[in-house]
Design a protein around this ligand. Structure first.
Ligand code: GLR
Ligand code: MG
Length: 415
């Protein structure tokens, strides 16, 4: 098998005004869809970020992959490394430098190659990751403070959520629709006491659901200590309360609950300092920046060796990413927590013909060949038209927030 065609399509889809410590989601979320074809009717799919500097590198890598063997991921990674060398696509996660850039650019091609490999033998992707450990992969309800709608548009269907009652109503809507069995609140938006009240209200409304709070490093070490003390017994984990491995380690020494992260352990080089200092009890894997599904499985194995739990991180995404997360989640023996997903916020819109449904808070692992999803070409074309027209080229929650509140700044920590 040889790759004869690598098609890279940037897309944009509507996104509600979800608030976080950096600002607010813009009306359009960007993604890039990768299709690898071997000329025999088989197509492998991948999905990644849509920010312009990243897209440019994905395009360069795609050109360089013509003629590559989709089974030779070592050679494909080498080709990607050469194609992106010297061109840093630094991003808002602080991912920067060649190893981080290679991991992010290689990831959608690795997923697409695994999709191709699996399709060519009529087996699901999880079979290439060591086999299936579970029949379904659990996801959590991912709550956000949000405005009623984007200020330039009418209110959206989700409604506002700006206080504990609004957060509980949002949780109720997501739990009723999808059956989620655990709940994560994106914090770092209001002063910490208000967010603790929201957690207390969630605990009263959902006595059995494990709860998580993630302020994306909006708090100092001292504030984190105090929030950890007032949420002891309420949270299954507290995610990224404060910036940096050292700060997290200080908080972890006193916190009753494990600390989780997708911000201070984001590459293999972070593991030793974070784990030796006891900074985190849970790592949120994300194949989009850890370098694909196999690299994420390696991460999970290292976590297991250290007695660190594994969950999964998400950014606004569509159904190819969800399918990749499900295939990975199926194969990870130690996926001990429900994974994050932004899927409900896309309100049914997808780039695949039959999106994997979330039922009873979980996605049943598909047994069909490859990732288990097919591209919806009409929707792909429509979302690409959105991309051409929408004018957004890099996700910038802070700049968008500043159009409404010019004094707003991204402060980490803020409180
Ligand atoms: O767990 C996290 O930190 C995230 O999911 C990061 C995302 O960017 C989230 O904050 C968002 O969508 O605003
Ligand atoms: Mg997080």
């Amino acid at each position: 098998m040889r790759i004869v065609d690598a098609v890279v399509t940037p897309i944009a889809f509507p996104d509600p005004p979800l608030l976080n410590s950096a600002g607010v989601h813009e009306p359009w979320a960007l993604r890039t869809i990768v299709e690898l074809s071997c000329g025999d009717g088989l197509i492998g799919l991948g999905e990644t970020y849509g920010d312009a500097p990243h897209l440019e590198l994905v395009r360069k890598a795609a050109v360089a992959l013509a003629g590559a063997d989709p089974f030779d991921l070592t050679a494909i990674r080498r080709t990607v490394t050469v194609a992106v060398a010297g061109q840093d696509a630094a991003d808002r996660h602080g991912l920067t430098g060649l190893p981080d850039t290679v991991a992010k650019v290689f990831a959608p091609f690795e997923v697409a190659c695994l999709d191709l490999q699996a399709r060519s033998i009529g087996r699901p992707v999880y079979a290439l990751l060591g086999g299936r450990c579970r029949d379904s992969v659990a996801f959590s309800a991912y709550l956000f403070y949000k405005w009623a709608g984007h200020p330039s548009a009418p209110p959206d269907a989700f409604g506002p959520a700006l206080d504990p009652d609004g957060i509980v109503a949002q949780a109720r809507m997501l739990v009723d629709r999808y059956g989620f069995r655990s709940i994560k609140l994106k914090g770092g938006v209001f002063e910490p006491g208000a967010e603790v009240e929201a957690i207390q209200a969630l605990r009263t409304a959902f006595p059995e659901h494990p709860l998580r709070l993630d302020p994306n490093c909006a708090w100092s070490v001292a504030t984190s200590h105090s929030v950890a003390a007032s949420t002891a017994g309420l949270l299954e984990y507290l995610e990224d309360p404060t910036p940096g491995i050292e700060g997290m380690a200080e908080v972890a020494r006193e916190a009753a609950m494990p600390l989780a992260t997708n911000m201070c352990v984001v590459r293999f080089a972070d593991i030793r300092p974070a784990f030796t200092q006891g900074a985190v009890g849970v790592v949120l894997a994300d194949h989009h920046y850890w370098g694909g599904l196999r690299a994420s499985a390696d991460l999970a194995r290292i976590c297991d060796t250290w007695g660190v739990g594994v969950s999964m991180h998400s950014n606004s995404h569509l159904g190819i990413s969800l399918a990749a997360m499900v295939q990975l989640g199926a194969a990870l023996p130690n996926l001990t927590y429900a994974a994050d997903t932004h899927t409900p916020w896309q309100d049914g819109l997808d780039v695949v013909t039959a999106p994997l449904p979330i039922v009873d808070g979980a996605v049943a692992v598909p047994d069909g060949p490859g990732l288990g999803v097919e591209l919806d070409r009409d929707t792909l074309a429509r979302l690409h038209e959105n991309y051409l027209r929408c004018g957004v080229r890099v996700r910038d929650d802070t700049a968008y927030m500043r159009t409404f509140d010019p004094a707003f700044r991204k402060l980490r920590p803020r409180w």
